[in-house]
Write a protein that binds this ligand. Structure first.
Ligand SMILES: Nc1ncnc2c1ncn2[C@@H]1O[C@H](COP(=O)(O)OP(=O)(O)OP(=O)(O)O)[C@@H](O)[C@H]1O
Ligand SMILES: [Mg+2]
Length: 453
């Protein structure tokens, strides 16, 4: 079991991380400040240290230094509410695995932790068939022909430095694919810097990307290293590239062509060695035709295109993905839900998933939270604007499809449905509900307990 040390002087944050990571099955310890952390690190070895950056007396950067001094193999993730490129660079140069700005997305955080620990145990990605988890490629799950093409592409392009454009609907896993390319490449030990083109205001983007010199403009009180420099020898991931304004598009084109840039307020050119991966959920070709995206930039970025098919076009992945998320959230919510009922999976296979894998993940998370029995039944799936009953009725009329059914599950589902219906009709009176169903009160109680109602 991997061991993790959490360092944060904010109690609520510390406790939140402790619970989150303990639920993931890690052995978690914590320190209330940098000093205590250094003391603990002197005595105990950890696989991973997660530390806040701003703390009184001993900072997160010093904790990082200490951890690396004691054991170079310990990975360190730094979290900070005061993210700027300077501290990120300092952290990266100190050997931090990643730098996460607060507030962060819990899912992303979990992935980063998992990847940091994965990096420790194995270099590179495994691609394997695992009886329990199904086929996967690193963090990417699924064995549909569509995904296998993607895995193959990832492996091939990872060896090159070509610019890559990943396209696909929202939630299809574009960022995960970009990260996989980075992890499979020679650059894996250098930073993977994500630039969300839709998230940085136009007035700030230049400074963020290129950095600036002290005094270059009001407010530039010191020299600042931009994200390109921070990513040197690593990978830059431009998320939502279609959102870049024309002015920034021109500047970016130059960096991509010349591999050089200048900090704002400086005249000397600096050169940079980065690999560019971009992602978009727009049709960039159409953006080019409509004059919103520069054609020359488009061709530069799109040397190789990796189109990720929407989930509804690779239904084969559904079971593996659902099972993967089920396991994850079962552990997180400390529940013992082992699988989805055949009915539930059937309903999911008929759902179009406009939000793709992300939506599936959310659906499973909610269902695990709601489910009271030990398999996920259709009742606990919340699908927007979708008639579950229609699928269930079709299914019942069709009795046994080509894949067969699980009679016990079908019966359990029916039983549960009737019990709920009877309770609803009798406004919760067990006695009256039992009468309606032709059961003794005792049998009713027993069944309700069994079904976790
Ligand atoms: N093949 C996969 N295996 C496991 N998890 C996946 C897979 N594809 C996507 N996910 C998960 O789905 C969520 C969305 O993935 P990601 O952020 O990479 O999508 P995206 O295409 O970048 O979405 P958006 O366009 O909305 O930014 C993440 O939580 C990710 O871990
Ligand atoms: Mg994304």
């Amino acid at each position: 079991m991997a061991s993790i040390l959490i360092v944060d002087d904010e109690k609520s944050m510390r406790e939140f991380l402790e619970i989150l990571l303990a639920n993931e099955g890690f052995e978690v310890s914590s320190a209330v400040n940098g000093e205590e952390a250094c003391g603990i690190l002197d005595k105990t070895r950890f696989d991973l240290v997660i530390t806040d950056i701003r703390m009184d007396t001993v900072s997160g950067i010093e904790v990082l230094r200490k951890a690396k001094e004691v054991d170079l193999n310990t990975e360190v993730i730094i979290i900070s509410a005061y993210a700027n490129a300077d501290t990120a660079v300092e952290a990266m140069e100190g050997g931090a695995y990643d730098f996460i700005p607060k507030p962060f997305d819990v899912d992303e955080f979990r992935i980063i932790v998992r990847e940091a620990l994965q990096k420790k145990t194995s270099s590179g990605f495994e691609q394997e068939e695992n009886a329990e988890e199904g086929f996967h490629f690193g963090c990417l799950m699924g064995d549909s022909p569509g995904m296998k093409v993607i895995y193959d592409l990832i492996k091939r392009v990872a060896k090159t430095n070509t610019n890559i454009l990943i396209s696909g609907e929202s939630g299809t896993g574009k960022e995960l694919v970009a990260k996989a390319i980075h992890t499979e490449s020679q650059r894996k030990d250098r930073p993977f810097v994500v630039i969300n083109c839709a998230g940085i205001p136009e007035s700030l983007i230049e400074g963020e990307l290129f950095g600036h010199r002290k005094g270059a403009f009001t407010g530039a009180t010191m020299d600042k290293v931009g994200l390109f420099e921070a990513a040197d020898k690593g990978t830059v991931f431009f998320d939502e590239i279609g959102e870049l304004t024309p002015a920034i598009q021109v500047k970016l084109l130059r960096v991509i062509q010349e591999r050089t840039f200048t900090r704002i307020g400086e005249t000397t050119e600096r050169s940079v060695d980065v690999r560019f991966i971009s992602a978009t959920n727009k049709n960039l070709e159409k953006e080019v035709i409509d004059g919103r995206f520069r054609e020359d930039l488009f061709f530069r970025l799109n040397v190789i295109n990796i189109p990720i098919p929407p989930l509804r076009e690779r239904k084969q992945d559904l079971a593996v993905l659902a099972q993967y998320f089920l396991k994850k959230y079962s552990a997180e919510f400390e529940k013992d839900i082992k699988k989805l009922s055949t009915f539930a999976l059937d309903i999911l296979s008929n759902y179009p998933f406009p939000g793709n894998v992300r939506e599936l993940e959310n659906i499973i998370e909610r269902s695990v939270a709601l489910e009271t029995s030990n398999i996920v039944l259709p009742q606990s799936l919340t699908l927007s604007n979708f008639k579950k009953t229609k699928v269930m009725e079709d299914r019942r009329r069709n009795d046994i499809g080509p894949n067969g059914i699980k009679l016990d599950e079908v019966m359990t589902e029916l039983e549960k449905e009737y019990m709920l219906k009877a309770m609803e009709l009798t406004q919760g009176s067990k006695q009256k509900a039992a009468e309606l169903l032709g059961l003794s009160e005792r049998s009713m109680r027993y069944r309700m307990e069994k079904l976790g109602l």
